[in-house]
Design a protein around this ligand. Structure first.
Ligand SMILES: [Fe+2]
Ligand SMILES: [Fe+2]
Length: 470
């Protein structure tokens, strides 16, 4: 399963053995490159960045590190090793051999899943393209670019599937993935959170914690798919995604740490005057990013999700490891729903509640990260706790879009919401304040005053390493 880097498109799928596919992808490649030059990181296209590149897809040392210019990054097509004799782990085809081609009757549904996933990848690169100018350090700048090139590779991963398995429709969809633009009024990206701006580094770190983590859960449920090429593609993507969430979890953790240091140093509850970001303001950013990210899981009850599951296209998180019938024909699932001005847990058909089930797995994972940040606050001797807001808070999708819910889960009137939303979400002035802290710091080993240095460098390099050669 070695990756062939002598080819124009590095790959481990024996692209050379399928000339038609190879030619089609080579025709898509220049469009990707011009998209990258136009919409990739602004101002750093000619700069050498210390990036990791996959050299093989097995667990040991799949990455090699070196300084490269981003447009020269070797984007390619990498699938995880096939599992021998893998059978379909759920749905009405449970136990049958997995598919190596797309069954005709599932073509439309599968293509839609792949396009929706694929669209998020370039979207996040577009959302983050102006952040380089205000980086808090070369270490952080390098991590941003690593995330960006890997999101670009995730686009390749989905485009490969579209080209290889969906014929002409797939090629057209692949072209359209390069045409939509995050935040464009006429031609936006498909999902809401991927049209939100990422204007500052606190937003970016929250995005990598909350929104890339949505990606992890979507990829993990697609990794269970009966369509084996999709499963293998997503399994390899998950190994890359882990770094993105590392950036978010440690990044927000470092902001929290720095705030605590400033609070102690100045014996003050508010650290804005000292160039820090108050814990209360961090909480507001958290409220915003958590709420827009849980919208990405869709409506509480969804016949689409039920169909994807029954067809064998998209499973649950850790589907294979679950001990139930994997068909959910009779099962029920508890879903928090709104009943007038009360919130009640109602047993719903588990098959219809799969979005909520995935959202629950996600919420548990988010809570783990928040608890870690809270341990650092506590260790600093500060009496403050970050919390995830109630899932009904600030929602635009599903049941909760119709009601106003406070972070503590109480249902409130629209008037109270208007009166109090500034207590819960960053105001324009607060966003402007965070923006004012964003002054690029590019001296090796130096860090902006609102974020603590990381515990260690990348790939055993020191913190003052030239992660980006300016
Ligand atoms: Fe991604
Ligand atoms: Fe990601």
């Amino acid at each position: 399963m070695a990756i062939d880097y002598t080819e124009r498109i590095p790959n481990n799928v024996n692209l050379a053995g399928d000339r038609r596919l190879q030619r089609a992808l080579e025709q898509w490649q220049p469009g990707f490159q011009s998209w990258w030059r136009e919409m990739g990181p602004a101002g750093y296209q000619a700069t050498e960045v210390y990036l990791r590149t996959a050299i093989s897809v097995d667990a040991q040392g799949w990455a090699t590190f070196g300084h490269v210019r981003m447009p020269d990054y070797r984007w390619g097509i990498f699938l995880a090793e096939p599992h021998r004799d893998r059978t379909i782990p759920f749905g009405r085809h449970l136990g049958e051999p997995v598919w190596h081609e797309v069954p005709g009757e599932y073509r439309g549904a599968l293509r839609r899943l792949i396009v929706t996933q694929g669209d998020t990848e370039p979207a996040s690169v577009e959302q983050q393209r102006h952040l380089g100018a205000t980086c808090p350090s070369l270490y952080d700048l390098r991590n941003l670019f690593q995330v960006n090139v890997e999101e670009g590779r995730h686009l390749w991963a989905m485009v490969y599937l579209l080209h290889a398995y969906f014929g002409r429709d797939g090629r057209e969809e692949a072209d359209t993935l390069l045409v939509r633009r995050s935040g464009s009024p006429d031609n936006p990206r498909i999902l809401g959170a991927f049209n939100e701006p990422t204007p500052d580094w606190l937003s970016y770190l929250m995005f990598t914690f909350f929104t890339d983590r949505d990606g992890k859960y979507q990829l993990a449920s697609l990794a269970e798919s009966a369509f084996d090429p999709l499963s293998r593609t997503c399994r390899f993507m998950l190994t890359e995604e882990a770094h993105h969430m590392f950036v978010g979890e440690t990044g927000v953790g470092r902001v929290v740490q720095r705030t605590c240091e400033l609070m102690k140093e100045h014996d003050a509850a508010e650290v804005g005057p000292f160039g820090g970001i108050d814990l209360k303001l961090i909480q507001k950013y958290l409220n915003f990013h958590y709420s827009v990210s849980i919208d990405l899981f869709g409506s509480e009850l969804s016949t689409n999700a039920a169909n994807y599951f029954s067809m064998g296209l998209k499973g649950r998180f850790n589907e294979t490891a679950r001990a139930d019938d994997h068909q959910l024909s009779e099962a029920q699932y508890s879903v928090a729903r709104c009943d007038g001005d009360r919130i009640v847990d109602r047993a719903e058909p588990a098959l219809l509640a799969l979005n909520e089930c995935l959202r629950d797995s996600y919420a548990i994972d988010c809570a783990r990260g928040v608890a870690k940040w809270n341990r650092a606050i506590k260790a600093a001797g500060i009496d403050f706790e970050l919390t995830l807001p109630h899932r009904g808070f600030h929602r635009a999708i599903g049941d909760w879009a119709a009601v106003k819910v406070a972070p503590d889960g109480s249902i409130i009137s629209p008037a109270e919401w208007e009166r109090r939303r500034d207590e819960w979400l960053p105001t324009g002035a607060e966003r402007a304040f965070v923006g004012s802290l964003m002054q690029g710091v590019t001296a090796p080993g130096k860090f902006a005053g609102w974020i603590a240095p990381p515990a260690r460098g990348i790939n055993h390099q020191p913190l003052d390493f030239d992660y980006v050669r300016l």
